[in-house]
Design a protein around this ligand. Structure first.
Ligand SMILES: [Zn+2]
Length: 330
């Protein structure tokens, strides 16, 4: 009998963009048994091809972590057929391919293109765990990788890989707050030139409904999911992080035993002091932000989102608002 290779644990941070995924990722990255790889869906383009900055602040090709990962996985990033990986990503990992990806999750039968893509992503994830575990006193398979790609399609695709133990943290934020955030003009810090895309409140509302229901559907196909409202996370961050860590299998012994398991050294009430470097590719500007954070709900939308936009979001998301604990009145 062949020895069973343990699966690589991956906590996938999913949800619509601007739902607090980056902040939650930064905080979870402080746990001694986690390691954030960032948004792997954008690795090939924004990291390997465009050499954008890693979460540590260095350009991708100057970041020692990612260089070591490329070496471990492929003998160097130069050995990757980059055009092929980018083409594959756009061929298989996108919202319009959800029927095919969900079919693969349900049946366990992946297409040739899906297998080829997963083979390479899995190499990257295994290498990231190996490199990161050299700096942590754990085995690679004891480390929970945090993938904050957010997209439902990426979560479902990763869940097709039998060598990965994928669990989904499904973050939900008030759709009016999300919609407001997507109307704002934000510069992309990786390049200093481009702006983050902007979306209309109607489009954000529709995506909010389809994404959230989609993550529920993925759970019905057997992929473990923990649903958490961003507002609840900020309300009691220590409890929320410990709950997520338990779900992900990332509760370190030192935290579990200390003070009855209810204390995190990097959190005092709503103040976080972050000390762990973050080597995440792509993602929200916040990942470059300071090491001292005050955790509070950004509810500027309550005064700044126009009445018309609020009505639009309410109309589009109305049928499922209550399902996630929100009401039409702010
Ligand atoms: Zn880095």
């Amino acid at each position: 009998m062949k020895p069973v290779t343990p699966k690589q644990p991956v906590l996938f941070i999913g949800g619509l963009g601007r739902s607090g995924t980056t902040l939650v990722e930064k905080l979870l990255n402080e746990l001694p048994t986690t390691f954030s790889v960032g948004e792997t869906v954008h690795l090939w383009e924004r990291g390997v091809r465009d050499n954008e900055r890693c979460g540590c602040g260095q350009a991708f090709d100057s970041c020692p972590h990612w260089q070591a990962v490329g070496q471990e996985a492929f003998g160097g990033w130069d050995n990757v057929d980059l055009e092929r990986m980018i083409a594959l990503r756009w061929e298989i990992d996108r919202s319009r391919r959800l029927p095919q990806i969900f079919a693969a999750v349900r049946t366990g039968r992946t297409s040739k293109a899906q297998r080829e893509y997963l083979h390479n992503i899995q190499k990257v994830l295994f290498a990231a765990a190996k490199v990161a575990s050299n700096n942590a006193a754990v085995e690679p398979r004891e480390l929970v990788l945090l993938d904050s790609s957010k997209h439902l399609s990426t979560a479902a695709l990763l869940a097709c890989d039998p060598r990965l133990d994928v669990r989904v943290l499904h973050l939900v934020r008030d759709p009016r707050g999300v919609a407001f955030s997507w109307t704002k003009t934000v510069a992309r810090p990786e390049t200093n030139k481009e702006l983050m895309p902007q979306y209309s409140p109607r489009r954000t509302g529709i995506r909010w409904v389809t994404d959230n229901l989609g993550f529920e559907a993925l759970e019905r196909l057997g992929v473990p999911r923990l649903e958490m409202r961003y507002e609840d996370f900020l309300d009691a961050p220590t409890e929320a992080i410990l709950k997520i860590a338990r779900f992900a299998g990332a509760v370190p012994q030192s935290v579990a035993e200390k003070n009855g398991g209810g204390v995190l050294p990097f959190l005092a009430g709503k103040s976080a002091h972050l000390t762990t470097p973050m080597h995440s590719v792509a993602g929200n500007p916040l990942r470059f932000g300071g090491d001292n954070l005050t955790l509070c709900v950004d509810d500027l939308w309550k005064t700044e989102l126009s009445g018309r936009a609020t009505k639009t979001v309410n109309r589009v998301t109305g049928p499922v608002l209550a399902r996630y604990g929100y009401s039409r009145s702010a």
